[in-house]
Ligand binder design. Structure first.
Ligand SMILES: [Zn+2]
Length: 71
């Protein structure tokens, strides 16, 4: 079964904090391969995380606001 964009973006956001279970990672990978919108979120979150690491003032970047396109 296919996960929705909403679930995938949630997984992506969780994956920034901790390691996902293998099935979750596979769902995420598969979905982002098919869905450019979620692939974009994945890319941006990775970027934000990288940028956040460089900044010493952690906090506001902990929870980026994600708006899935499928509303
Ligand atoms: Zn998607």
């Amino acid at each position: 079964m296919m996960m929705s964009c909403k679930e995938i973006t949630r997984l992506i956001s969780i994956s920034q904090d901790r390691k996902l279970a293998l099935p979750e990672r596979m769902q995420m990978k598969f979905h982002t391969m098919m869905c450019s919108s979620c692939a974009n979120v994945n890319k941006q979150l990775g970027f934000i995380r990288k940028a956040g690491k460089d900044q010493a003032n952690g906090g506001s970047l902990d929870r980026p606001t994600i708006v899935p396109k499928s509303e």
